[in-house]
Design a protein around this ligand. Sequence first.
Ligand SMILES: C[S@@+](CC[C@H](N)C(=O)[O-])C[C@H]1O[C@@H](n2cnc3c(N)ncnc32)[C@H](O)[C@@H]1O
Length: 315
Amino acid sequence: MFQDINISKKFSPAERVVVYPGDCLALLKGVPDGALQLIVTSPPYNIGKEYEKKLNLNKYLEQQAAVISECVRALSDKGSICWQVGNYVYGGAIVPLDTVLYPIFNDLGLKMRNRIIWHFEHGLHCSRRFSGRYETIIWFTKTKNYVFNLDPVRIPQKYPGKKYFKGPKAGQYSCNPLGKNPGDLWVIPNVKSNHVEKTIHPCQFPVELIERLVLSLSNEDDWVLDPFLGTGTSVIAAIRHNRRGAGAETVQKYVSLTHDRIKQEIAGTLKTRPMNKPVYDPEKAGNSLRIAPWKNQEKSNQPRLLEKHVRFSAK
Ligand SMILES: C[S@@+](CC[C@H](N)C(=O)[O-])C[C@H]1O[C@@H](n2cnc3c(N)ncnc32)[C@H](O)[C@@H]1O
């Protein structure tokens, strides 16, 4: 179905994949009212990354409000918006961006359905506060009548063999055989140097994070749009699950990277971490580096003396 896919630069409902090389507001202006089922993004956090100009917080929020308002116009009545954010940092103090963005969505009449905590184990090591190991995805819908497909994103039950022990269902399995609701705390590795999806971009989404949102919040053939596309992850997750994908990116090297990754996805050669793969556990994997060498220091004193070839004299 996707073998001869065209990557269009301009949005049209008849296309399947759109990568707009420029400002997201220009892309959004060309999207008809109510055309999009899912808008998912991670905007610049205003922390001075190479692709952004650090602004005063109010100015930054004004810019975000302009994009969010266009997104709401282009969102279908059954649609969802997911804004993935971390902290804005100013003079060492943090401002969790979801707390200051929430009023923008609320004032536009959107309803918050979840504030998903995305936990990961790698990142900057802080010395004056605890190191940040989570970010959030704030999920809003336009109406009460929104698409939510739980079955495709269920995860294995903790105790699949558990049975009702009394009542009319006694003896029957008590859990849903399709798995359980993944909850609102998602443990998914972030894309750092050892991750199979790592590119030159400093803050990529892992594809599996967006796959979960695409599967649960849209249906086949629906439009998924990411206003701040980066390396194209949201469009890749959309293509993988037979949705239409669109996005905008201002930096040419990331536009080119997005094209390359989309072509690899279509060809089936893009390497990604599979959805629901358990997080690497160094203990279970028997990784020897997990044993601190200094823990055995006392025991090892004698061999270390020998290693040093210390000479003993009988004088
Ligand atoms: C946090 S990154 C998104 C990374 C993306 N989630 C991924 O998986 O690769 C934000 C991206 O937005 C782009 N950007 C910044 N301002 C933009 C604008 N006004 N319109 C479109 N893209 C923009 C930046 O160049 C950057 O690549």
